[in-house]
Design a protein around this ligand. Structure first.
Ligand SMILES: [Zn+2]
Length: 453
């Protein structure tokens, strides 16, 4: 079942059909008042239990509960987290202990944290669940997987998406400052994610799923086309933003990985998560970190597009390729925490090509470069344009605005390579041995992160 008043309805319908877990979707104004109908059509006569925090309960949960009462949906007393709720494992265990006692379908009323906690707990209890989105803050509502802090580091746990989703645009328009801007940055980031997948295919590392790629990229420019409207809570701009984020989540469900929606730009964000980055007492939002990661990645793409890849000496690059042991020593220098270094070593080994495999990847990229360069140039949003879009949407557009110094960002280009096995533009620069050279020009006075006005 799908109820969506939006030009994106046909695409949402198509993405929903390809999704594995979600079957019911409603997007529109005031839909919290009819959440009972969505619940009943997805779960029949089952009982519901709302999971929220004090703020999201006030913003939407109370009205959802009233709708359950009115429509005769049976329900348990809502489970309310404090407003300081964090997506960590203690909260997972607390929620799981409470829900285990109840025979009820969880209804997550909230944004990222509430959804990730509910998603993982529902999976651990082997129950389906429903989501009522209260902000367009990220693409995780409909995604496969939940991002939870476990043993001190943020991890993605594989688990299904919700069976039913309700996105009330009225509630989303009233979301606290910065939340919808965060979602905007998470959506803009898909431009890089799509380019990275293109590079991975060209290098012979990971084929593109054309349907899934097109689902995310086909209307991306229109979804991100009204940044000022997102900042001013314009209903049409928010409708596009919400549709785009939900569709990206469905694409991840269909592909069963985050590849369609996450590339190098997310690796910057994950790196800063793993380093427990705090600015002014709080962790900057996922979207804001991804936004800066997007600018960093686009700066690298700008450098790549200006290169004649086919003139690079592959034999020299292969000869200079580090062994496992050299990588391990480099990792030990780059990461102070043993846990992080261990994780980085594991991820790096998983994608480490032998010299023959490396030569094959580089020769493929060289052979394809003229056509590939044209394709990427058509696809990519230029660095300066992306920075203007972020600024207009109310997102940070400089690393310092989220507490990442210029020096630290520069180090992050190398560190981000090591923390995930996913092949991205970072791998292309490292494999060709041109990263240091690129960083020099990115930080040259007239470069993207140089200090020329
Ligand atoms: Zn994201």
């Amino acid at each position: 079942m799908i109820t969506v008043a939006s030009p994106d309805a046909p695409l949402l319908e198509k993405a929903l059909r390809a999704a594995r877990d979600t079957r019911h979707l409603a997007v529109g104004e005031g839909l919290r008042h009819i959440a009972a109908e969505s619940f009943a059509s997805a779960f029949g006569s089952a009982a519901a239990v709302i999971v929220a925090d004090a703020n999201t309960f006030e913003a939407a949960g109370r009205d959802v509960l009233a709708a359950f009462q009115r429509e005769g949906v049976s329900y348990e007393t809502p489970f309310l987290f404090g407003t300081d709720v964090r997506a960590d494992f203690e909260d997972v265990e607390r929620l799981e202990a409470a829900l285990r006692e109840l025979e009820a379908v969880p209804v997550a009323v909230g944004s990222g944290t509430i959804n990730d906690l509910t998603k993982l707990v529902a999976h651990r209890l082997r129950r389906p669940y429903m989501t009522v989105a209260t902000a367009a803050s990220m693409d995780g509502y409909t995604a496969f997987g939940a991002s939870i802090t476990h043993h001190g580091s943020k991890q993605t746990f594989d688990c299904p998406g919700p069976r039913a989703v309700v996105a009330d645009l009225e509630v989303i328009a009233g979301a606290p400052d910065g939340m919808n801007a965060s979602g905007y940055a998470d959506l803009l980031a898909k431009n890089v994610a799509g380019a990275d997948w293109t590079l991975a295919e060209a290098a012979g590392v990971e084929p593109i799923d054309p349907d899934v790629w097109q689902t995310v990229q086909g209307r991306l420019r229109s979804w991100i086309g009204s940044p000022a409207g997102v900042a001013s809570h314009d209903p049409d701009a928010l409708r596009g933003l919400v549709s785009g984020l939900l569709i990206c989540g469905f694409a991840m469900q269909a592909h069963q990985t985050s590849r369609p929606a996450s590339g190098a730009e997310h690796q910057f964000s994950h790196l800063w998560d793993m380093q427990d980055h705090i600015f002014r007492g709080v962790a900057p939002s996922h979207g804001f970190k991804v936004g800066i990661g997007t600018l960093a990645s686009l700066a690298l793409y700008q450098d790549l597009l200006a290169r004649e890849l086919e003139t690079i000496d592959v034999g020299r690059a292969v000869a200079a390729w580090p062994t496992f042991e050299q990588d391990d020593r480099r990792i030990a220098r780059l990461f102070v925490s043993d846990a992080l270094a261990g994780k980085a070593a594991k991820e790096t080994r998983a994608k480490h090509p032998s010299p023959d495999e490396l030569a094959d990847q580089l020769l493929r990229l060289q052979r394809e470069w003229p056509a590939l360069r044209e394709r990427l140039a058509r696809h990519l949003i230029p660095f300066a344009e992306a920075r203007d879009l972020l600024r207009a949407a109310g997102c940070p557009d400089r690393p310092e605005a989220i507490g990442i110094s210029s020096r630290r960002l520069r180090d992050s280009f190398e560190q981000a390579y090591f923390i995930r096995r996913r092949f991205t533009i970072l791998d292309v620069f490292r494999r060709f041995g041109i990263l240091e050279d690129a960083l020099e020009s990115i930080w040259a006075p007239t470069g993207p992160f140089g200090d020329a006005p």
